[in-house]
Design a protein around this ligand. Structure first.
Ligand SMILES: [Zn+2]
Length: 185
């Protein structure tokens, strides 16, 4: 399930937020730029997306974004409403996929679903699982300046604060500069 939560977060970080790691996100800059995080995701490999697919995924991502924000605000009702809509509209259904030579694999869309429906269903199901099992505290938003990116905290003591190493380093050097200024003042 964690892989699907990561997919959900990658969609939101790539397609729904405005500012990330100190830079404005340009959603119209083309696939390569818009999909920086998704491109790293194992579930993304092997897929070619059309412009229409990207538009549809962006619309899914905006609703997942509402759901994640509601989770962080502790508003599980709003999160549930947003997720139920995505689940229904994209035909989410538990299904055991049979890959040749491998055992059955639990998925949340029919075997012939489009890639947009498949990712929408998997993302919304994974988030719904966190909501339904009261694990939304594992979701976080980057604490670095000028970054709205989300992450899944898989540390045991819930100590994660940044979306990436890049933001962790940015925050560290900005704290260091602040310390120097305080000393000088
Ligand atoms: Zn960040």
């Amino acid at each position: 399930m964690a892989a699907y939560v990561e997919l959900c977060i990658a969609l939101v970080n790539d397609l729904a937020i405005e500012i990330r790691q100190g830079r404005r996100v340009h959603h119209d800059a083309g696939l390569g730029e818009a999909f920086a995080e998704l491109a790293e995701n194992v579930l993304m490999r092997r897929h070619d997306l059309s412009d229409a697919d990207v538009d549809d995924l962006a619309s899914v991502a905006r609703r997942l974004h509402i759901a994640i924000d509601a989770c962080l605000a502790g508003d599980l009702l709003t999160a549930s409403f947003a997720l139920n809509t995505v689940l229904a509209e994209h035909g989410a259904v538990p299904n055991l996929h049979m890959a040749p030579g491998e055992g059955p694999h639990l998925s949340f869309h029919s075997a012939d679903a489009t890639i947009v429906d498949a990712w929408a269903a998997e993302s919304a199901t994974a988030l719904a699982f966190l909501v339904g099992t009261r694990q939304t505290h594992r979701l976080g938003q980057c604490s670095a300046e000028s970054c709205d990116a989300y992450y899944l905290d898989s540390t045991k003591n819930a100590s994660r604060r940044f979306c990436s190493l890049a933001c962790q380093n940015r925050a560290k050097s900005s704290a260091y500069r602040q310390k120097l200024r305080d000393r000088a003042g």
